[in-house]
Ligand binder design. Structure first.
Ligand code: DAT
Ligand code: MG
Length: 150
């Protein structure tokens, strides 16, 4: 089953929206298989956002993500990568649809509450970076058969 990396960023933690993010992903049907509150180091932040190193917002992004605790998670489910991104909404909250996390809770691209892997390859890389390659519990929920047709 597909797995993706999702994090509640420092703004989401400080604003008390951790539960809201988790609730929305749970309601969607995705399954939480790992969770950790952590303070991101400067080096982990740079590595995680390495694809953006040349962008003008890189320094601000790295300092923001490492400025206060985050909640790092692994979520599992059919199409977990795409579904988590859809539930989060567009990168810029100003363009994110109402009903999405970013569309309901944000107004500014530099404070967009959540991170979610944008591809299967990114998910594997980010899970490895934040949790290690073999992280994530294997377990079944009694209602899994009511969420995904086998
Ligand atoms: P996403 O987080 O939706 O995957 P991304 O990978 O393009 O978006 O960018 C990573 C983060 O960088 C994004 O969540 C917020 C910040 N960011 C992106 N574009 C930005 C911009 N033009 N100005 C300021 N911050 C930006
Ligand atoms: Mg991204």
């Amino acid at each position: 089953m597909e797995r993706t990396f999702v994090a509640v960023k420092p703004d989401g933690v400080q604003r008390g929206i951790i539960g809201e993010v988790i609730t929305r992903l749970e309601r969607r049907g995705l399954k939480l298989v790992a969770i950790s509150m952590m303070q991101v180091s400067d080096s982990l932040a740079r590595e995680h956002y390495g694809e953006h190193v040349e962008r003008p917002f890189f320094a601000g992004l790295v300092s923001f993500i490492s400025s206060a605790p985050i909640v790092a998670m692994i979520w599992e489910g059919e199409n977990a990568v795409a579904l988590a991104r859809q539930t989060m909404g567009a990168t810029n909250p100003a363009n994110a649809a109402p009903g999405t996390i970013r569309g309901d809770f944000g107004i500014n691209i530099g404070r967009n509450i959540v991170h979610g892997s944008d591809s299967l390859a990114a998910a594997e890389r980010e899970i490895g970076l934040f949790f290690g390659p073999s992280a994530g519990l294997d377990y079944t929920r009694s209602n899994d058969v009511w969420i995904t047709e086998s």
